[in-house]
Design a protein around this ligand. Sequence first.
Ligand SMILES: O=C(O)c1ccc(O)c(O)c1
Ligand SMILES: [Mg+2]
Length: 597
Amino acid sequence: MRTSIATVSLSGSLTEKLTAAARAGFDGVEVFENDLLASPLAPEEIRARTADLGLSIDLYQPMRDVEAVPEEEFARNLRRARHKFELMRRLGADTVLVCSSVSPLAVDDDALAADQLRRLADVAGEFGVRVAYEALAWGRHVSTYDHAWRIVEAADHPYLGTCLDSFHILARGSDPKGIEDIPGEKIFFLQLADAPLMAMDVLQWSRHYRCFPGQGGFDIAGLLGHVMSAGYRGPLSLEVFNDVFRQAEAGPTAVDARRSLLVLQEATGLATPPAPVVPSGVAFAELVTPDVAPVTTLLGALGFTRTARHRSKPVDLWQQGEARVLVNTGPAARRDGTALAAIGLESPDPAAAARRAESLLAPVLPRRRALEDAPLDAVAAPDGTELFFCATDRPELPSWTGDFEPVEHQADTPSTTRIDHVALTQPWHQFDEAALFHRSVLGLSAQDSVDVADPYGLHRSRAVTNADGSVRIALGVGPAPTDDGARAQHIALATDDVVAAARRFRDAGGRLLPMPANYYDDLAARHEFADGELETYRDLGILYDRDQDGEFRHCYTETVGRVFFELVQRDGGYRGYGAQNAPVRLAAQHAVGRPGR
Ligand SMILES: O=C(O)c1ccc(O)c(O)c1
Ligand SMILES: [Mg+2]
């Protein structure tokens, strides 16, 4: 199906919006009147620009406060409408959106509304323009889609139909099943928007918090199913009023938008991209660093051993149990300082995983980073983290480990067993995009988003995981507790005995993040511990949490560049990440090196 996006959903000038929409692969746009009014381009130039970009103008909008008004007011509205229809002729747009009146002049009279909309459609018809009547959720007398349809049906004019907008329908709690009672050809337009579920005034909710399908709490796929069953064959158009997208760069937002539509089309059987290939483990995490000593000292203290060296590049493999960390001191390192640059995801079918990713517009990275390397499929996540789809020492597939030459090392007993999770702080405007990306591209499931207080703002996080928890990525957003304000990233290592692992780390010269005494007083009030247990936790900076399934003990290392490590012990079926403790941990990280804070 054709896809379209309203210019209001993107940031920038009209030209920038059109360019971003075209680059992301949309077929058309809804032109918002304000974008046109503010543009230096004449309507004919806008028409030419959109055509050059391969876009059609699928809708011009909105026309407000037209119907169910006193006759002299309606005469003025018709005059205004003629001007707009003339403008649309110059633009090459053939459908106009009329939203239900919010005017204090409007009366509660469906017969009058139908009569005036019929007369509006008569005039529109002279210009070849179709009128799509939409119920705003806060319309003065018409606020539901079925009410708008009854008026359109009564008006019974070939140039008058209805516009359905998923936000207005679902925000009002209307049952979308009734859409199937509307003849498909009378649904002139379909606007799609999701939103987080919030108890607030619908107008504010709509104007500030809409998001792309799959990023909120509405069942947009279910609604689209009803619209398709009704026989609608027009474009799927995104109309998202959102304070973040208004400000974020238009290019990435448009890609995020199109990805959301692709996923929605897949969910409704309207498109069949290659199926998701869910990763089955974390093969490695790759750190890049211009300053290798602090990183390797930290890894050594954690119990990692350098086991291999890349054949052709300045990359070392450090291992402990099943946890593998690559330390890359190549050119990328000089760009970003110490950072977590890549994650290797163990994939049942790396090539198929890459095809899935590419079909959902993930930027594909070159398969061979050097001629002699094993081919490795990789894509970039929205935050720039490179995701490699790997096979590790599986006979049927080339293994990335083949690029590494073992180095002599002493076997050591590991104190941690594997990578429990990787936490990636996202740029502030990409949090929802990141969740949708990881969910749809990688086939991971997203848990609920949790908000925790940070002393300098709000920290929000949302985990995406595979079914058995062997892949867990915690996506976060919030003020940076790092020295230079860079977005923090961390690797959490699983251990069966966090006390032993923490002691060993400290004995090897590692620095654990100290936690305030008040935290332990509170723990003592909330839970009962064995004699001496809390003192041990306090001494090592170990935090404690418990849920209905089990217990969680965890502690943190110092931060090197943007990166720190966490040691975690999960017992029972604990599934969380210690969100309860995050405010204390974040405050402790902000305070490092700033005594008195
Ligand atoms: O917020 C509004 O006014 C507005 C305008 C046009 C629309 O299509 C819509 O859904 C909302
Ligand atoms: Mg709308």
